[in-house]
Design a protein around this ligand. Sequence first.
Ligand SMILES: Cc1cc2nc3c(=O)[nH]c(=O)nc-3n(C[C@H](O)[C@H](O)[C@H](O)COP(=O)(O)O)c2cc1C
Length: 194
Amino acid sequence: MMDEKALNLLFREARSHNGFLEKPVDTAMLMALYELLKMGPTSANCSPLRIIFLRTQEAKARLLPALSPGNVDKALSAPVVAVLAHDIHFYRRAAQLFPHRPEMYDSFAADAQLAETTAFRNGTLQGAYLMMAARSLGLDCGPMSGFDEAMVNQLFFPHGDVRVNFLCNLGYGDASKVFSRLPRLAFSDACSIQ
Ligand SMILES: Cc1cc2nc3c(=O)[nH]c(=O)nc-3n(C[C@H](O)[C@H](O)[C@H](O)COP(=O)(O)O)c2cc1C
């Protein structure tokens, strides 16, 4: 089991960040982040997450018109904005991802709704793995769903096979900009044991 320090880093003391320090995040860090998050489980190993890391001012500027007003300054201050999306045609990689039984992916090819649901479910999970991996590497996250989905898809995924899920600012958080911690549900409110 992890020690208390690690649990605090990943969960108890980790916060959603609204502003970031002027400390860059290099390519090696983004690659290390991916190497961790890719190991999180997905159904039939489908691995639908696709990420665009926006790091240059020009790349981030393309995104700004699609953001809710309250998210603009947050994204501007972040050294990296990750656009987290999922490939609804993930099943085309059956030979690579499920080589021992590639026919397992035939049901996705035959049912677009099933493929979309599977891509969204597992892409969302992989987005959560990204946040936990980032925290484990000492990065802070600022997830954002306040944006115009159609505009982001048009801007970054014009071919239609990849669809945005949410955005995540990445960097080293400015603790002075964090909001007060909100209450969480108690075990008895959220869980039952049957
Ligand atoms: C998927 C997702 C989308 C979010 N979207 C936004 C957003 O658009 N703007 C924002 O300021 N915060 C956003 N948040 C941050 C949440 O409000 C924040 O994680 C929550 O209040 C818990 O805060 P804490 O992690 O500091 O305890 C989002 C969080 C998640 C996980």
